[in-house]
Design a protein around this ligand. Structure first.
Ligand SMILES: [Ca+2]
Ligand SMILES: [Ca+2]
Ligand SMILES: [Ca+2]
Length: 142
């Protein structure tokens, strides 16, 4: 795997979309969980937060809600590993989920997916748009 973090982000996005797609009714649990302000649409920030949370949980090996440098680091990912200090906004040596979310938003995590899926360009991804986007990408992920 050339870029494990990028891959994790893609997997998280695809997982989100897959969950939207496989729910036959108008409701999707994963969509609703991502839609934290419950306005029925996903903002750039909501999508970023969701992806960051999934990646964060995957790396938080002792599940204490904080990432140490050792948990953050991915072998062979020096460029990304060097971002730890920037993500650690209060410089206490650990990155909390809140710090990770803020950092993810700043870096535009999930932006590509968000923009591609927003076909009516209203700045949000509706469940319909998320489903349509997943359907268009389904091929290689079957
Ligand atoms: Ca929302
Ligand atoms: Ca910190
Ligand atoms: Ca939209």
């Amino acid at each position: 795997m050339k870029n494990p973090i990028q891959f994790t982000v893609v997997l998280a996005a695809i997982g989100l979309l897959a969950a939207c797609q496989t729910t036959p009714t108008a409701k999707s649990k994963k969509f609703d969980e991502t839609d934290t302000n419950h306005d029925g649409r996903l903002s750039r920030e909501e999508i970023s937060d969701r992806i960051v949370t999934e990646v964060f949980d995957g790396r938080d090996t002792n599940k204490n809600g904080k990432l140490t440098k050792a948990e953050w680091d991915v072998p062979g990912e020096e460029r990304r590993n060097s971002l730890f200090r920037k993500a650690d906004a209060n410089h206490d040596g650990v990155v909390t989920l809140a710090e990770a979310k803020a950092f993810g938003r700043k870096r535009g995590v999930g932006n590509d997916f968000y923009k591609d899926a927003d076909t009516n360009h209203d700045g949000y991804d509706s469940l319909k748009e998320a489903r349509a986007y997943y359907a268009s990408k389904e091929g290689p992920f079957r």
